[in-house]
Design a protein around this ligand. Structure first.
Ligand code: PLP
Length: 405
């Protein structure tokens, strides 16, 4: 049987905003409707079945056979859980930061009394395995290394497998704790094969659900570390969650409506299939980068490590962010500005979750129109054409078109 074509259906709806921030993402209608369902007993069999299906689906995308705990909290709560459940005050932690979220992970570890050494990578760059190796050799013994999979503030995706390989080689006893909040689910990810101990993600990112839940995947080594870890914890005590989950429950009342949504969303992801999901994300990223480039925007990150879920570009000095963003908003396009020290210097476009190539082309079209409205020299259609070509090439649908001229 012939394989189905990659998903290209239009989903631009003039009554809705084209929400192109890197999470929360817009939701498929079936997921939205699921969130409006009547409540159920969260200590009954229906909830237990849902939780099991959701965790089973997450495992596939995390590439793990681990327990994955569903926490009712933001992604930051998941990061905090990763720290407080595995470490003790005074533990030596190497925090590899490539941006604002790496800084946050490091700050959580310091807040709870870890002795944190930072490896600060210039914003826009990925962490380099050799630099990590030098940092590991320069200190230690390390109880944990903190890594960011996808740095949403700079639009950089770290070579996480390579980085983890270096830690495994030089600090085999260190736990590898990974912020996977904005990447897992959108790109191939193999927690077990890469030897990652704790990986965290959040419902509002690649998972096509509303904010409100964090997922924490915990290796056997990390559970063992947890048995003696002394950082204080109660609400985020993962052992309590694991125990409840074994009987189909959560220790505290969960965000039931988000679990309804996740159940539907993960069903949609399974129907689409991981390969198609990854190809769709890669195509949307390629289209976004090519389209913005054709419109004269310079990519902020090192192109070799540009993220598949969020594109970050420089804001030209002579383009006023407020005026530009107002033009985009008039066209129902919502993008994200810069975070922290990048505020006013870059803007970001999210392409994760239910995103389609058509939504990206619509977004590029709105940007072109906004630029034209501000009197800038732009060839109408230039960004859209470049974006479409790159997206279709990425999907393998127009190989050779350029060669034919
Ligand atoms: N880590 C990364 C990489 C993120 O992108 C985010 C949110 O954007 C977080 C952590 C924090 O997640 P939350 O805002 O849900 O706490």
């Amino acid at each position: 049987m012939e394989a189905p074509p990659p998903r290209l259906e239009a989903s631009v709806n003039r009554f809705e905003t084209n929400l192109r921030i890197p999470g929360p993402t817009s939701l498929p209608s079936a997921v939205r409707e699921a969130g409006a369902r009547q409540m159920i007993n969260h200590r009954g069999p229906e909830f237990a079945g849902m939780q099991e299906r959701v965790v089973g689906g997450l495992r596939e995308f995390f590439g793990t056979a681990n327990d994955i705990v569903l926490l009712t909290c933001a992604g930051t709560g998941g990061l905090e859980a990763a720290i407080v459940n595995t470490l003790s005050p005074g533990d030596r932690v190497l925090a590899v930061s490539i941006g604002a979220f790496g800084d946050r992970f490091a700050a959580i570890a310091s807040t709870y009394g870890a002795e944190v050494t930072r490896l600060d990578v210039p914003w826009g760059k990925a962490a380099e395995p050799d630099a990590l190796a030098d940092a590991l050799r320069a200190g230690g013994p390390w109880q944990a290394v903190l890594l960011t999979h996808n740095e949403t503030s700079t639009g950089v995706m770290n070579p996480i497998a390579d980085l983890a390989g270096v830690v495994r080689e030089l600090a085999p006893d260190a736990l590898i704790l990974v912020d996977g909040v904005s990447g897992v689910g959108a790109v191939p990810f193999r927690q077990d094969a890469w030897g990652l101990d704790v990986v965290v993600s959040g419902s509002q990112k690649s998972w096509m659900a509303a904010p409100g839940m964090a997922f924490v995947s915990v290796s056997e080594r990390a559970w063992q570390a947890g048995a003696t870890a002394r950082m204080p914890r109660y609400y985020l005590d993962l052992a309590k969650h694991r125990e409840s989950q074994a009987s189909g429950q959560t220790p505290w009342t969960p965000a039931v409506a988000v679990v309804f949504q996740l159940d539907v969303a993960i069903g949609l992801m399974r129907d689409e299939g991981s390969e198609a999901i990854f190809a769709r994300h890669a195509a949307c990223a390629a289209a976004t980068r090519a389209g913005l480039d054709a419109l004269g925007f310079r990519l902020f990150p090192d192109p070799a490590h540009a993220s598949t879920t969020v594109t970050c570009v420089h804001l030209p000095d002579d383009l006023d962010w407020k005026a530009f963003n107002a033009q985009l908003k008039r066209r129902k396009l919502v993008v994200a500005g810069g975070q922290g020290k990048l505020s006013g210097k870059v803007f970001r476009i999210g392409h994760l979750g239910t995103v389609t190539l058509d939504e990206i082309l619509g977004c590029l079209g709105a940007i072109e129109e906004g630029l034209l409205a501000l009197g800038r020299q732009v060839t109408p259609g230039a960004g859209v054409a470049a974006g479409q070509r790159a997206g279709l090439e990425s999907l393998g649908l127009i190989a050779g078109v350029e060669a034919r001229g």
